[in-house]
Design a protein around this ligand. Structure first.
Ligand SMILES: Cc1cc2nc3c(=O)[nH]c(=O)nc-3n(C[C@H](O)[C@H](O)[C@H](O)COP(=O)(O)OP(=O)(O)OC[C@H]3O[C@@H](n4cnc5c(N)ncnc54)[C@H](O)[C@@H]3O)c2cc1C
Length: 338
């Protein structure tokens, strides 16, 4: 392969700004280049790691002895235009925001509530990204890619992707590398106001379009989240815990204000931000250069120069403090790598 580089530092390739050197690194802009890179890994008995925009990772500062493959496969296309919906495909390396702009430019809608999530289209299917009452699983039509075990193409329909809360078949099966995702989008604009602050933003207004939703989401997010171009972060570090109805009832006896959201039969999702702020009393908690973002406690911020262990240890403190108070083991949304 021609464009393989050696000893590439990874800290500028992820939004937390941590990471050591990758022994090998390459960018792939097509399926064929991806296959070549995977064959290089196999022939040289190297581990590989796939990276998009690096916005959901906490990279170890140790060097990675294998090859990091960055997916930059581009292209956006309307594949099907039916009476009610359209199917739009996008290369896995497209930024998710660019896909949303393409959607709005073509008078389509559906994924606008996911505006301003700084990842790639490929990772949006891995992670089943979600925000403001929308998740990619509700729009994904087809996920295509290459199976690193045999270099053959795969193509999964939505119901084969095993989507869950920030979960999918791709998260557990690292051999499945996504090259293209197709989304089923609406021809007629139907705003998703299931999130109260968005509904409030438009209260009393009648005529607005998908671009105004995008603008509103951008504004709401700017008020609540750190700017990842300025501060090291990977957005929400932890998942909101999902517990049983029985566990929730017990917690309610101790913490009568604890909010709940239904999470399927017999399960309840509880807002971790509330637990951290109001039960653990850790709002804005900080150790050295690492802290909880003042306006959103699920978000951990690298205020400057913190390394992997400082962030990882800080996250462990939060995990322990939450367990001490509510006896629930919280899970990370961000992936610890290497
Ligand atoms: C400020 C900020 C706000 C955020 N807000 C949200 C939010 O509201 N909702 C939300 O859900 N997330 C949010 N995130 C998290 C993150 O942006 C998403 O998880 C995003 O989808 C990650 O995309 P990425 O391209 O950066 O993936 P990466 O971080 O590069 O990779 C994530 C995982 O996907 C794998 N992967 C990447 N591309 C591929 C591929 N083509 N094929 C197979 N595997 C692949 C990687 O190996 C890794 O395991 C936020 C992050 C930040 C920094």
């Amino acid at each position: 392969m021609q464009n393989i580089r050696k000893n590439v530092n990874l800290s500028s390739l992820n939004t937390f700004k941590t990471g050591g050197n990758a022994r090998f690194f390459c960018e792939v802009e097509s399926e064929n280049e991806l296959i070549e890179a995977l064959k290089f890994a196999k022939e040289n008995k190297l581990e590989f790691f796939i990276i998009g925009n690096g916005s959901n990772l906490l990279l170890s500062d140790n060097d990675f002895p294998g090859i990091v493959i960055k997916i930059i496969i581009k292209g956006k296309k309307i594949e099907i235009k039916d009476a009610d919906y359209s199917v739009v495909s996008a290369g896995a390396g497209e930024s998710f925001d660019d896909l949303i702009i393409f959607m709005a430019d073509n008078s389509l809608s559906g994924i606008e509530n996911l505006w301003n999530i700084p990842g790639t289209v490929g990772a949006s299917a891995v992670q089943n990204i979600g925000a403001y009452g929308a998740e990619t699983k509700d729009f994904i039509f087809l996920v295509e890619g290459i199976d690193a075990n045999n270099f053959e193409k795969f193509s999964f329909k939505n119901n084969e992707c095993r989507f869950g809360y920030r979960e999918s078949i791709f998260k557990k099966n690292k051999n499945l590398i996504i090259t293209k995702v197709s989304f089923k989008l609406n021809n007629v604009f139907l705003p998703n106001f299931s999130y109260p602050s968005l509904k409030e933003y438009f209260s009393g207004r009648k005529n607005f379009d998908v671009r105004e939703i995008i603008e509103a989401i951008g504004k709401i997010r700017r008020e609540k989240l750190p700017d990842w171009k300025v501060l090291g972060t990977a957005g929400s570090f932890f998942k909101n815990p999902i517990i049983t109805e029985e566990e929730y009832s017990k917690l309610l006896e101790k913490f009568p204000d604890l909010p709940r959201y239904d999470a399927g039969k017999d399960f309840v999702k509880i807002p971790l931000g509330f637990v951290i702020d109001k039960i653990c009393l850790l709002k804005g908690f900080r150790v050295g250069q690492v802290g909880l973002f003042e306006k959103q406690s699920l978000v951990i911020v690298n205020y400057g120069g913190a390394d992997f262990s400082e962030i990882d240890n800080f996250a462990k403190i939060i995990e322990e403090k939450v367990f001490e108070k509510i006896k629930v083991r919280i899970e990370r949304e961000v992936e610890n790598i290497f």
